[in-house]
Design a binder for this molecule. Sequence first.
Ligand SMILES: C[S@@+](CC[C@H](N)C(=O)[O-])C[C@H]1O[C@@H](n2cnc3c(N)ncnc32)[C@H](O)[C@@H]1O
Length: 282
Amino acid sequence: MTTVSMLLRDTTERLARAGIGDARLEADLLWMTALDTDRTHLYAKLQDTPDQNAMNAAADLLERRLRHEPVAYLMGRREFFALQFYVAPGVLIPRPETELVVEEALRLLHKRLTGSVADIGTGSGAIAVSVAVNCVQATVYASDISARALEIAALNAREHGVSDRVRFITGDLLSPIPGPVDLILANLPYVMSSEVPTLEPELRLYEPLEAFDGGADGLVLIGKLLADAPRYLNKGGAVVLEMDPRQIDLAKSLALEAFPGTTVRILLDLAGRPRVLVVEHH
Ligand SMILES: C[S@@+](CC[C@H](N)C(=O)[O-])C[C@H]1O[C@@H](n2cnc3c(N)ncnc32)[C@H](O)[C@@H]1O
């Protein structure tokens, strides 16, 4: 009799042999997905023998993972800002450092009675939906150039009950936003094109290139957004942008060109690197 415990050990070994870090944790996640259960129930089933459907599902998930497909795509979800987000190929998997953008947005919105927000390049809707869930007075425009991303983002807004306050619009950067807003938030593509071939296979082979390739210096889209932002931002508003720590100084000078004499703040990520630029429009 093959038990869950034996299968977990075998899956862990195969993942580890393929050089996948956190093999033990990932084996749990694969079997939780195959058995459609959570970790507590998985551990309660250690001496059970899975049925053939679960065995087939686990074999398929393991094959996909050994080809470096990201775990979040295999599970169909990723936690972000303590919320579960549906993710699938065609949309970027939200990253923990982006939670800093949401934290800063909520801090800035806290001072206001109302707040109009634009999340540019919304992807799965991670920023837009997290802000709407955590700030009931916020109304959010969430834009993306990718129709597939917007489909998934709309699903996440429905799932979290904020569809009435998040409006999804397709288009290039700020151009589809109908009028000035109080907050512009964005985690736009910022990887330098020359570095794309060096990225880990999970990102390079599976996540959409247009979601992470930021052009020659990584700042092509961020630079355009900053240049247009004054026309789309109310006085007293702010722009909050995630970027590569190496781009912060250049981005800061682009921000000061767009908003002369303004205050620019830099927020550090959990690793202590400068990760988010905040431009306050006086
Ligand atoms: C780094 S991903 C961020 C996704 C999501 N905001 C997050 O933080 O998880 C960048 C997103 O920008 C979108 N994008 C790329 N170029 C764009 C453009 N010119 N205008 C609007 N969105 C764009 C991509 O489709 C992708 O969804």
